[in-house]
Design a protein around this ligand. Structure first.
Ligand code: ATP
Ligand code: MG
Length: 363
């Protein structure tokens, strides 16, 4: 089958890393019988905003809707601001999440060979953080209330519908994903603050209800404060985590530190109809145009895209392609082929070439 992939290369290092991601995905499609990937490059991002006064033209939004999936480079530039003062990047992503109904922010946290986490002795980190992306403490995004000139308030909204769908996403992921905690059980941990906030006690209650539909997956809870410490001390204990919007925002950057930084952190924004995949880092203007960025986060975001498409279309060709991309990244890094941020000597494009060649070799 042919899948149409809408691609926005974005700003800063975006074009360089996106090209390497596309290169590896093309190689995977090439070696996978019955799989065709068609990439359509779309306009949009901060540079586009500077020139045209909008983050993306209507045609981009339209194609993003009609494509099978969306792959983004990094968007945004610190100097470019929207009229309301927010970064152009934030606006594009928030717009996309809202208009495409992307409620699950999925952040795999995996330690790849050659990468060093916080604890150099830590060998096994392979967990996934699922962040509710449409409500929680971000519900009043752009609004908020002025109570008096000296007092302001934002609102935490937790709904049954919003919590059920993100909890289901987490349990499905625990069932189907290939990574496992060391003791081998499939587990979803609800990270909340149910002892203090009524809204988050409800989040836990709804989570427990969904958990009964998944008797094969262990469900447990953690309070976000003590969890932040446990995540750093014992990341090997966790499998899939599901949490409220704001907690997820903070924990995902904390978790990126566990696996050696931003160049290695992929992400997906997933809904029932659409999904968008991109590296978790920004446009890194300090190294843009020098062919030295690490494209791993983008390549692995592409692998997540193949996995999502595979389960949505129940297509084994996509599963095979996702698998070969993941093995190629691991094999390449194991061989010591690394970019400068990990102490290696390869440029961004040389690393992409190496992974693409490994894809062809492993297939
Ligand atoms: P933006 O406003 O677009 O987020 P930024 O200045 O915050 O840009 P980030 O992209 O968030 O930059 O990156 C923070 C730091 O991490 C920078 O020093 C950058 O060079 C580095 N970095 C980010 N992504 C990568 C990558 N893929 N490879 C190597 N280094 C990276
Ligand atoms: Mg940044």
């Amino acid at each position: 089958m042919t899948y149409e992939i809408a691609t926005l290369r974005g700003d800063g290092i975006g074009p360089e890393i996106t090209d390497e991601g596309v290169k590896v995905l093309r190689a995977a499609a090439e070696v996978t019988p019955g799989l065709d990937l068609e990439f359509t490059q779309l306009a949009g991002g901060a540079d586009h905003y500077a020139e045209h006064g909008e983050v993306a033209p209507d045609s981009t939004w339209k194609t993003m809707r009609s494509a099978h999936a969306i792959l983004l480079g990094s968007m945004g530039h610190p100097d470019i601001r929207m009229p309301d003062g927010t970064e152009a990047q934030g606006h594009f992503i928030v717009n996309a999440r809202k208009s495409l109904g992307l409620y699950a922010g999925v952040r795999p946290i995996k330690l790849y060979p050659g990468a060093r986490g916080i604890d150099p002795n830590q060998k096994h980190v392979d967990l996934v953080l699922v962040r509710e992306s449409t409500e929680g403490l971000f519900a009043s995004f752009g609004g908020g209330a002025e109570i008096s000139g000296e007092v302001y308030a934002d609102t935490m909204i937790v709904t049954r519908k919003g919590t059920e769908r993100v909890a289901r996403h987490a349990f499905e992921l625990a069932r189907t994903r290939s990574g496992r905690p060391q003791d081998g059980d499939r587990r979803v941990t609800c990270v909340d603050k149910a002892n203090i906030f009524r809204s988050l006690a409800f989040f836990r209650e709804v989570f427990d209800g969904v958990a009964t539909e998944y008797p094969d997956v262990t469900a447990d809870h953690a309070l976000v404060d003590s969890f932040a410490m446990l995540l750093i001390q014992h990341p090997e204990r966790y499998d899939v985590l599901v949490t409220e919007n704001m907690f997820g925002d903070i924990l995902s950057d904390l978790a990126a530190a566990l696996v050696g930084g931003l160049g290695l952190a992929p992400s997906g924004d997933i809904g029932d109809e659409h999904a968008m995949f991109q590296p978790a880092h920004g446009s890194a203007p300090d190294i843009a145009g020098q062919d030295k960025a690490n494209p791993v986060a983008t390549i692995v975001s592409g692998r997540m895209m193949l996995d999502w498409l595979a389960s949505r279309h129940d297509d084994d060709a996509l599963r095979a392609a996702a698998d070969v991309v993941e093995r190629a990244v691991v094999t390449t890094m194991e061989s010591g082929a690394l970019t400068a941020d990990l102490g290696g000597e390869l440029s961004c494009s040389q690393f992409g070439d190496a992974v693409a060649a490994t894809v062809r070799r492993l297939a």
